[in-house]
Write a protein that binds this ligand. Structure first.
Ligand SMILES: [Zn+2]
Length: 450
């Protein structure tokens, strides 16, 4: 007898779509059949719905512990579940994980605070390079590195960066690198402030495409030289992909990540909406955002994430455009925005699953436990109504942010039901699970070769 059977679904994987039924036992997928087995405690009829593996969001900031007035794990993971995300990989800049003690303390703190499964990212500080191996062996899944002092996290200079990459490569760890050149962004800031600039235009000039390109060129080169496996976080313009491809061609184990705000928004939104479109690197031109979509489609960008970094409306309005927090809420809108693109014919659903579920799971050694519909995989499943028409509204946002950059946007396609290891946490768009269902992802599948 199975615990749950989802019947009559259109099962979608990156390589295949078929009509079928999925039976779940003890949190894992125990059977996949063409017709219902009718041998389970509970049955969900998914007639007319698409069944996909839950999204694996490798880049979220749930601010817990830390800045819990912006977000916390209960709100953030509830929003993620609504958005079809079943695993998050989290890091919070205000209380960065830097030591094994800090890592264990955070895992303990989060025990009853998540609706979705989670793993943690540690921050790399220049003076902490000696801690990295122990952190990895304790279960950290990713290291976050900055090439510019941002959000209170110090930059690594080239010497430190090279040594950090060497060290992480020595135990085959994984890292996510925020690429903006520290000296260039600092110089831009000084000059713009000398001109007493406080208009929204400073965001794009301060966090220039040149700063990003120089940093990516540098990082990509060192990734290749050191043999580390790394992902360039949130690429904002297509030139960066050329630099990544050049080093990939020379053997670099290098991946590119993009977020929907770089596909959907552009510099006009930054000028118009200031704090509410302030994230870094910023959105560039409309033409470049279209090119990024092509690059995501054709395989040159391999990973989609949300970079969920919420602030409330009051927090966004506080201070000048220089002072207000960077970042946007995104966990509950990213899959819907992508489903809308699917309906517009700009990307297909299989590719969305590949970049937002399978690839991050693979790169972070969680595959095929996560990011996969196959026997033995965790029963992390999302049911999608691809034809549902609805409108994103600030008042419906579950995140503590309480707003969305897509407020008022009409969307076709909605994740309606979310299952985390066999537990139904969202049903018909409503949260039905309790915090604590989500667990820390302990197991790392070291045998998977990219
Ligand atoms: Zn981030």
């Amino acid at each position: 007898m199975f615990d749950l059977e989802i019947i009559n679904a259109n099962v979608v994987t990156p390589t295949n779509t078929y009509k079928g039924s999925i039976s779940i036992k003890d949190g894992v997928i125990a059977a996949i059949s063409e017709f219902p087995l009718n041998n389970s405690v509970r049955t969900i009829d998914a007639e007319g719905l698409h069944l996909v593996p839950g999204m694996v969001d490798q880049h979220v900031h749930f601010m817990d512990p830390g800045e819990t007035s912006r977000e916390d794990f209960i709100f953030g993971s509830s929003a993620a579940a609504i958005g079809g995300i079943t695993t998050v990989v989290e890091h919070t800049h205000a209380v960065p994980v830097r030591t094994v003690e800090g890592f264990n303390g955070k895992i303990e703190h989060l025990k009853d605070r998540s609706l979705v499964d989670y793993a943690l990212t540690a921050h790399v500080f220049p003076e902490d390079l000696g801690n990295l191996r122990a952190l990895w062996e304790s279960g950290v899944k990713l290291f976050k590195i900055f090439t510019c002092t941002t959000h209170g996290i110090p930059t690594l200079n080239n010497d430190e960066l090279f040594r950090a990459f060497k060290e992480i490569a020595s135990f085959d760890g994984r890292c996510l690198v925020h690429c903006e050149d520290d000296a260039i962004t600092e110089g831009n800031e000084i000059r713009l402030k000398e001109q007493h600039r406080f208009d929204n235009g400073i965001v794009s000039e301060w966090r220039s495409d040149i700063a990003e390109e120089v940093a990516v060129a540098n990082v990509a080169l060192m990734v290749r030289m050191t043999g580390v496996t790394a992902t360039i976080a949130h690429v904002s313009h297509p030139f960066v992909i050329d630099l990544i491809k050049r080093e990939q061609a020379h053997g670099a184990k290098l991946y590119a990540e993009v977020c929907p705000q770089y596909l959907f928004l552009n510099e006009k939104d930054v000028l118009e909406n200031g704090p509410f479109a302030k994230f870094t690197p910023p959105a560039r031109t409309e033409e470049q955002s279209k090119e990024l979509m092509d690059l995501l489609n054709n395989g040159n960008i391999q990973i989609l994430s949300t970079d969920h970094a919420p602030s409330t409306i009051e927090q966004k309005k506080a201070g000048t455009i220089w002072d207000c927090n960077f970042g946007l809420p995104g966990v509950e809108t990213t899959l819907p925005v992508m489903l809308n693109y699917v309906n517009e014919g700009k990307i297909n659903l299989q590719r969305v699953i590949e970049v937002f579920s399978e690839m991050p799971a693979k790169v972070l050694n969680m595959y095929p436990r996560k990011g996969c519909i196959s026997i033995g995989s965790d029963a992390d499943i999302v049911l999608i109504d691809l034809k549902r028409k609805w409108t994103i509204r600030n008042e419906d946002i579950v995140s503590k942010a309480g707003w969305s950059p897509y407020d008022g946007v009409e969307i076709t396609g909605k994740p309606v039901t979310t299952v985390v290891r066999g537990n139904v946490v969202v049903e018909n768009g409503e949260i039905v699970g309790e915090p604590g269902v989500g667990k820390h992802v302990e197991q790392v599948n070291k045998s998977f070769v990219l």
